[in-house]
Ligand binder design. Structure first.
Ligand code: NIG
Ligand code: FE
Length: 420
């Protein structure tokens, strides 16, 4: 079969091996490497990944794209962000730097609540414009699929506003945005003595979310002074009954049993895990739940890092995400997240590639479709201006991306997003 597009003159191509299960144990430190490679693409899908001569895929209409000796890899998958939100939180930055803890700021009505106020006030158009700017940066850093959560409304209209804006962005921009409904991101002041009543409200909004196909996943913040494991189980069980898949923010600051709950409910991911316990690790080991690690948040909160080496040794399936949000990780730079994973989590370059491509495809229920450069996968490809993958992780804090293809279309050229 002839290709629409062939990306050729790739000096080195790196990709996870395809897998029906999340990658862990020895396979986690293993990737496939091809020298002098090409990728042939037809209708947005990979027709062939090979080395040497590609003439068999060329006809008169085939477009040839010269990668000029670049390093190529799969489009990056950032499987945990809060990208659609109003305002920013630099007014709390000094307080934070003076040592006031994250949960203290939240308890005093700031933190998430401050962004809730801003998100309630902002118009849909302004919310769209703010998130669009962030999504463009993400694509310029090589991200071709991103997850985004609501959770800055804590009231029905604003939660739905966030998700509707996100859906419109997904339709209008080339990046794929996978949606999560997170009405249980914090406890509104009016419900602080009756969390169950608030959870019942959130559960009732799920029907509206479903009706408009605004989200595939439901998430909850299982944390001290937010929702405990019992409350999380109550909400997530209701969500599963309504046809959503579960995600959970667990063991970020205090371990409350949220990770064990994730395994029990067969959640697609348990996220953060900085304070994970032996029992949490054992539960994840026996499950298909991805351990989604957000090291930019540890960096930005100046807090502990998840014990990832131990988790890898135990055979857990690890993904990495930016957690982009205005409070604990205000940066769209997913490449920096990968640098931090190398430096602070002591992950190897191969492990980091698997954790930023194939494993997050499972955390987003997109396994077999994205995250791997192999026949029949979506043609989401990043070309790096770097001679090898370890260089990208070692030379930190800058953008190594040169060009990005989404479903076979060039969307970023020389680090600049090509306007739609
Ligand atoms: O993943 N932990 C809860 N939610 C976000 C932070 C949200 C915020 O501070 O605005 C997180 O870190
Ligand atoms: Fe988060």
């Amino acid at each position: 079969m002839q290709a629409d597009l062939i990306i050729h003159n790739i000096k080195t191509l790196i990709t996870p091996y395809p897998s029906d299960l999340p990658v862990c144990n020895d396979a986690f430190n293993s990737i496939k490497t091809l020298e002098n490679a090409f990728v042939a693409i037809k209708d947005g899908t990979i027709l062939e990944v090979g080395t040497g001569n590609y003439q068999a895929f060329v006809d008169a209409t085939t477009e040839l794209y010269d990668a000029k000796g670049a390093l190529a890899g799969p489009g990056l998958i950032d499987s945990h962000t809060h990208v659609v939100h109003g305002g920013s939180r630099e007014h709390e930055f000094e307080k934070k730097m003076a040592g006031v803890p994250y949960l203290q700021i939240l308890k005093e009505g700031g933190g998430i609540h401050s962004t809730v106020n801003a998100t309630r006030k902002i118009s849909e158009d302004a919310l769209y414009a703010q998130a669009k700017k962030s999504l463009i940066k993400m694509m310029e850093y090589g991200v071709t699929t991103v997850e985004g959560k609501s959770g800055y409304g804590l009231e029905k209209d604003t939660e739905l506003k966030q998700l509707r804006v996100q859906k419109k962005l997904d339709q209008n921009l080339p990046i794929d945005i996978v949606a999560t409904f997170m009405g249980a991101h914090a406890v509104p002041e009016a419900f602080k003595d009756n969390k169950t009543a608030y959870l019942d409200e959130v559960i009732s909004w799920m029907d509206d979310v479903k009706k408009e196909s605004l989200a595939e996943f439901v998430d909850i913040f299982c944390e001290d002074h937010v929702f405990d494991a019992k409350e999380s189980e109550y909400l997530l069980t209701a969500a599963i009954k309504k046809g959503f898949k579960a995600k959970i923010h667990s063991d970020e600051i205090k371990a409350l049993g949220g990770t064990e709950l994730a395994a029990k409910l067969n959640a697609v991911s348990a996220d953060h895990l900085m304070a994970i316990t032996e029992s949490g690790m054992d539960a994840l080991k026996d499950s298909h739940t991805i351990a989604n690690i957000l090291p930019s948040t540890s960096f930005y909160l100046n807090s502990t890092y998840a014990p990832v080496r131990k988790m890898i040794d135990k055979g857990l399936a690890i993904a990495l995400s930016s957690d982009y949000n205005p409070g604990s990780s205000p940066s769209e730079n997913f490449m920096l997240t990968l640098n931090i994973a190398a430096i602070h989590l002591k992950m190897s370059p191969n492990e980091i590639l698997n954790a930023a491509t194939i494993n997050p495809s499972f955390a987003l229920n997109r396994q077999g479709k994205i995250g791997v450069l192999e026949k029949e996968y979506q043609a989401d490809i990043v070309l790096y201006d770097a001679h090898n993958w370890p260089y990208v992780l070692y030379h930190y804090g800058i953008n190594h991306v040169k060009d990005v293809f989404k479903s076979g279309h060039l969307i970023v050229k020389d680090q600049k997003y090509l306007k739609e």
